[in-house]
Design a protein around this ligand. Structure first.
Ligand code: SF4
Length: 159
């Protein structure tokens, strides 16, 4: 079994730097109910946690995520990330160069599959919860150093 926290500590939480993980209204409510102060949230083109002066997420403290249990969907999904082309959900994985976890996942197919499934579930939920304007802003963000690993028809998630 891969110890995500241990592996993630190797790079010092680079994915929490300049991350700006999107927050849906539903996720915001969860954060607020769990004691997160509204001042920690940035309300701009889309909602996300504020960043500190060094670029790290406001919730990144002492090398860890302070809100790990309730963190945003894209944080749970990492090192997988996404794009959307119409109804096609494109899943990408970060390159090994920028994320040490990727090598471990590639060497352990079971762990890869488990994390892939979690990522898809979380990303689908996020897309469902976001308003159109926020989603459109999020999709404009370039994500270099990622490789496409799957394309999923979103229609199959409709009830
Ligand atoms: S919410 Fe947590 S995991 Fe996500 S970017 Fe911030 S510190 Fe990192």
């Amino acid at each position: 079994m891969i110890d995500f926290i241990e592996v993630c500590s190797i790079c010092g939480g680079q994915c929490c730097k300049d991350a700006n993980p999107p927050l849906s209204k539903r996720r915001l409510e969860i954060l607020l109910k769990n004691g997160v102060e509204i001042e920690k949230i940035h309300f701009g083109k889309y909602m996300h946690p504020k960043a500190k002066e060094d670029g790290y997420c406001v919730f990144f403290e002492n090398g860890r995520c302070k809100i790990h249990r309730i963190k945003p969907e894209t944080c749970v999904a990492g090192p997988f990330t996404f794009d959307l082309r119409g109804e096609v959900l494109e899943i990408y994985i970060k390159t090994e160069k920028i994320c040490p976890l990727v090598k471990h996942l590639k060497e352990n197919r079971e762990a890869y599959k488990a994390q892939f499934e979690v990522a898809v579930e979380k990303i689908v939920a996020l897309i469902r919860d976001l308003d159109e304007q926020s989603l459109s802003e999020i999709l404009k963000i370039e994500e270099p150093e990622t490789v496409n690993v799957a394309e999923i028809d979103l229609k199959k998630f409709r009830g």
